[in-house]
Ligand binder design. Structure first.
Ligand SMILES: Cc1ncc(COP(=O)(O)O)c(C=O)c1O
Length: 440
């Protein structure tokens, strides 16, 4: 039996129509290093999307391996309820510095778990405080926060929601977001012309909202859409004025992706909750975390019989191996000045994507910030139902890059430390993959 036959006999791959694999089988990974995947036939493929946006320092980063092995010498995992573990203390002390004031850390494993926790904490505080009228959650149009039912409820993604409509919780989606293509767009600094419409929508729910959740600055799965930092600033002021919690889902944007430790820094805001995941361990092990304030924490803090405890748990909450790696990731990001380097790389990424657009004449609405650059395929009406993005993906893989377009949005979200020569190859492959898709 071939490797592929064995794979398809048992594995139900995520986010896939399994029948697609009959014509385009999964690529056979042998190993991975830096920004490359090496296939069993020896071919090298650029990981242009950091393996679903998590391999922020690329594959096989030596210091992370060393940190993992150091921790293995002590222990791998111990229940984190009722135990005190130095590795978790050290990590939490570091995380508490990311956004001064958000100094309480609750650990989980997947990103969606962090989202559930933040939402549950917000709703739970309202119950404890007797604010029974505040039961609603608002998210933004084009939002994405994960796949569990609560996370999907607050995700404005028809494709993923549709089969589960009957089970999703009611959520309000804020419309009319001031999208920009870069920080040069005047809307980035001032979205005053959009604000009255937004404020009208917000004001309707001023007394009934528990929280508003946002992907700060960049909405990932919604199409790598970038919005005005001024909008985020104004939204934060509004939430403070009306005692509504702001939850920043930094699962994709956090820890360097937009050129800062947190995307919230673009707007110089402090939310009530920050969710981290993906790059927290640079994709070595599943770990997510929710940071929140002492104020929120104190609402739950009381004698047990008062019934205020936050009794949420995940088996791998505070996994020691993941914590050891996360701690090392934070050190590397700082010591190697990765945030600053990402800001320097931003211009290069957009220049290269502009070259792809010029060469193919098939891209529009190029947009980018930090180490994210995206653009939409220009399609004629008969091409709109032809899964052109999927064809670009197939061509790119054959040519040596794992691009995984979001529908018809082409994007690069490479490891933050990707080398120049790899980016230049990525550009060439993207050009060829697009040209091959539209050659007839
Ligand atoms: C912004 C955002 N939030 C939440 C999630 C869910 O994270 P996970 O897939 O780890 O559950 C994702 C995943 O892509 C994401 O991009």
């Amino acid at each position: 039996m071939t490797l592929i036959a064995r794979d398809l006999s048992h594995i139900w791959h995520p986010c896939s129509q399994m029948k697609d694999y009959e014509k385009f089988p999964p690529i056979k990974i042998k190993r991975a290093y830096g920004s490359y995947l090496e296939l069993t036939d020896g071919k090298k493929v650029i990981d242009a999307i950091s393996s679903w946006w998590c391999k922020s320092l690329g594959h096989g980063y030596p210091e992370l391996k060393a940190a993992l092995l150091r921790q293995v010498e002590h222990y791998e995992h111990v229940i984190s309820a009722n135990t005190c573990q130095e590795i978790l203390i050290e990590l939490s002390e570091k995380l508490a510095l990311l956004c001064p004031g958000l100094n309480k850390v609750f650990y989980a494993s997947e990103g969606a778990c962090a989202i559930e926790i933040a939402i549950k904490m917000s709703l739970h505080t309202r119950k404890i405080m007797g604010e029974q009228g505040r039961k609603q959650i608002m998210a933004l149009q084009n939002s994405y926060h994960g796949e569990t039912l609560l996370a999907l409820s607050i995700s404005d993604m028809e494709l993923y929601r549709e089969p589960y409509q009957d089970w999703l919780l009611p959520v309000i989606f804020l419309q009319g977001i001031p999208y920009v293509t870069s920080e040069i767009d005047p809307l980035w600094q001032d979205c005053g012309s959009y604000w009255p419409n937004i404020e009208d929508q917000l004001n309707q729910y001023a007394d009934t909202l528990s929280a508003i959740i946002v992907e700060p600055i960049v909405q990932g799965a919604g199409g790598m859409l970038i919005y005005s930092q001024d909008f985020l600033k104004r939204l934060r002021s509004w939430t403070l004025k009306h005692s509504v919690h702001l939850i920043a889902d930094e699962i994709m944007t956090g820890l360097g992706r937009t050129g800062y430790a947190l995307a919230c820094q673009h707007a110089q805001i402090k939310p009530d909750f920050i969710c981290l995941g993906k790059g927290l361990t640079s994709g070595w092990l599943p770990m997510s975390a929710v940071l929140t304030t002492s104020n929120i924490y104190q609402i739950f803090y009381d004698d047990y019989d008062k019934g205020k405890s936050f009794l949420h748990s995940h088996t791998f909450s505070g996994n020691a191996l993941a914590a050891a790696i996360a701690l090392e990731v934070l050190k590397i990001l700082e010591e190697k000045q990765i945030y600053q380097k990402v800001r320097e790389k931003q211009k290069l990424l957009s220049q290269l994507m502009f070259e792809v657009a010029q060469s193919t004449q098939r891209l529009m609405r190029i947009r980018g910030i930090g180490a994210i650059i995206s653009a939409d395929l220009v399609l004629e009406s008969h091409q709109k139902k032809q899964r052109c993005g999927y064809q670009v993906f197939q061509n790119a893989v054959k040519l040596g890059a794992l691009l995984r377009p979001l529908g018809n949005t082409i994007y690069w979200l490479p490891p933050l430390n990707i080398e120049l020569k790899t980016l230049l190859s990525l550009k060439e492959i993207t050009i060829q993959a697009i040209n091959q898709t539209f050659k007839n």
